[in-house]
Structure formats: C-alpha cells, structure tokens
Ligand binder design. Sequence first.
Ligand SMILES: [Zn+2]
Length: 133
Amino acid sequence: MRPDIIDHCARAVTQTRYCIDRIQWMYPNITLKYPEINFKLKGEFAGRAYGERWLIKYNYLLLKLNFQDFIDNTIPHEVAHLVEYAMYGKTGHKETWKNIMKDLGVKEITRCHTYKTYPCRKRKDLQRCGVSV
Ligand SMILES: [Zn+2]
C-alpha cells in the first residue's frame, strides 16, 4: 500500500479507538472492545456501523477527500451507533444516539454530510451513514 493510504487509514483507526476509549472512560459499567474496521464502503455513504458484527466500514475515498471533517464528525457518528447498540440493542439517529455524540464532543450533530461524491449529485445533503432510522 502507498504510504498516504496507510496514513489516512491509520489515523481513522486511531480516532475510532480514541472515541471508544472516551466512552469507556465515561461509562465504566459497560465493556467496549475496539471494533473491526475496514475501508471498503463505496458510494455516497461515508460510513456504516454494524452493531451485531461490531464492525465499522468507512468510505476510503470520502475519508481521503474530506479528511478533517471525517475525523471530527463521521468517525464519532459511527462509533456512537456502535455504542448505542451496545447499550440498547439497537441504534438510529434519535436522542440516545445524539447524547452519545455529545459525549464524544461533536458540536454539530447531523446525520448528513456535504462531501462531494462521485459522480457529483445535485442533492446538497447526503446521508453520512447507512443506518436508516
Ligand atoms: Zn448514522
């Protein structure tokens, strides 16, 4: 793999683990493992969390092209889905998920991103993730 690819992915893994560590510190009564991560997601979704499989898929192209926003927003967004699943057995974009996003320090909580996707869409906001509730 090219060094820049490794660097983007390594940063995403580090940020994911940081988010898990932060929640673990805040909620010592639950036990959170680090999730499996891959970068195989394609299309308009930036990420997708799979609670049952304890897996997060990230969209490598959108990570690379929108690096800082991805680190600041998409990664906590997906981690919050996993954490909500661990706490409640299901996940969506409602209050419990929003509260976890606040715990992770996310200021603007939205289920959408404005990344350009290829081919470019006319719709302004694209869903950040594939969880649809
Ligand atoms: Zn989501």
